[in-house]
Write a protein that binds this ligand. Structure first.
Ligand SMILES: Nc1ncnc2c1ncn2[C@@H]1O[C@H](COP(=O)(O)OP(=O)(O)OP(=O)(O)O)[C@@H](O)[C@H]1O
Ligand SMILES: [Mg+2]
Length: 375
């Protein structure tokens, strides 16, 4: 898959720019605060309609402007089609082939992306919330059904929590209504959980191979889903529903007292184990980095398997965070097959490592100038 070109209007510090990407490797070079991450973010937003950096999407709009727009042409399965994502005070609008897509699950997945940013290095060490977001974003891209079930789950969960609060305040319970909400909750939860287990199994297979290679055969990586419900990999959807309902029934009085739903996919976590030990607590910094890199490279292979084409890769200033050995693994894996957009403040870490000639773009204060040369 390829991003052929991009057109930004009022996106962050860009007023209007148009860039073409005939090459596989694209390097954005510039000093700090010039707009390198903004550009990568705009590509990410074109794919996902949301940012990895912020939940406040109004930030995309250039200060003083009314709207922001990102357009790009995608080449996928021998077809070329335009994508568009615009945001104004009225909200977001997304289009595939000039046709508006009202449902997120109809839009996301048209352009597939793997992003590797410095924040990802904290995937292992960071919060369970970060790991859930990782799961949701990656799985959502390859499986629109997952995205649909997840948004169902989130909206019912919100309703149910509201209703628990109402019960608490009014001291009156309409048991039938609460049961209906619980039924709806476990229904979508069963799909979400089932798909998460399936996805992780596949991701693990790929990540294991990469990790073994980077660690020169010394380490074995496993991914372990940590459900808040008493379920496991083998539990069927029907069983998940029954177990979840049972737990909700048992917790009802306490959930009303606390006005919240205690368990479910929104409370789960994911552990990364190296040689059976949790890397979060026992891993060295190097092992943690290898783990994240293995998972990112695994995503690339998994997407290829699911979609039939490689995704595009965004690398925001990460090469300098990796040692030579890990850099080589990364570059070896992507060269020639994955269209890559990479930001850096200096070519030092890239020099002499690439076989192909990249396109270099100089980024200065919201202006981009293209210059091709070999590094
Ligand atoms: N909505 C906006 N409108 C105008 N400018 C913005 C907006 N949002 C961010 N900026 C500007 O963009 C700049 C940051 O750009 P960006 O994060 O892309 O920098 P960078 O080139 O990646 O730098 P670094 O090398 O430090 O990561 C900020 O200094 C800010 O002034
Ligand atoms: Mg940056």
């Amino acid at each position: 898959m390829k991003l052929k070109n991009i057109h930004l209007e009022n996106y962050r510090n860009y007023e209007t720019i148009q860039l073409a990407f005939p090459n596989s490797l694209n390097i954005f070079l510039g000093e700090n605060a010039q707009g390198k991450t903004n550009l990568l973010e705009s590509i990410y937003v074109l794919a996902m309609t949301r940012s990895h950096r912020t939940n406040n999407e109004k930030e995309f709009i250039r200060w003083g402007a009314e709207f922001a727009r990102v357009e790009g042409e995608i080449e996928k399965k021998e077809r070329i089609f335009p994508l568009e994502m615009a945001i104004s005070s009225k909200g977001k609008k997304t289009k595939i082939n000039h046709i508006e897509q009202r449902k997120l699950s109809d839009y996301v997945g048209a352009l597939n992306i793997v992003l590797f940013a410095p924040e990802d290095l904290s995937l292992v060490k960071g919060s369970p919330q970060g790991r859930r977001k990782f799961l949701d974003m990656e799985l959502g891209q390859v499986n629109p059904h997952y995205l649909y079930q997840l948004s169902q789950y989130q909206s019912v969960l919100k309703q149910r929590n509201h209703y628990l609060k109402r019960i608490y305040e009014t001291k009156k319970t309409d048991q039938n209504f609460l049961d209906v909400l619980s039924e709806q909750l476990v229904e979508s939860a069963s799909h979400v959980l089932f798909l998460r287990y399936q996805f992780l199994l596949k991701l693990e297979q790929h990540a294991q191979k990469v990790h073994q290679k980077i660690s020169h055969g010394k380490e074995r990586l496993t991914l372990s889903y940590q459900p808040s419900l008493p379920i496991a990999q083998e539990t069927t959807k029907e069983e998940i529903k029954a177990i979840f309902l049972e737990v909700l029934k048992k917790n009802q009085a306490r959930e009303i007292a606390k006005q919240t739903t205690f368990v479910g996919p929104h409370r789960d976590d994911l552990f990364f184990l190296v040689n059976e030990k949790n890397v979060q607590t026992f891993g060295s910094q190097g092992q943690q980095r290898t783990t994240v890199l293995s998972v990112k490279l695994a995503e690339i292979e998994l997407m290829k398997e699911e979609i039939g084409e490689y995704p595009i890769l965004l690398l925001d200033d990460v090469l300098s965070e990796l040692d030579d050995d890990r850099q080589m693994h990364l570059l070896e894996t992507i060269e020639g097959k994955v269209q890559t957009f990479l930001t850096t403040t200096s070519l030092e870490h890239i020099e002499n490592k690439m076989k192909s000639t990249p396109d270099i773009f100089y980024v200065t204060n919201g202006q981009i100038e293209r210059k091709s040369e070999s590094v």
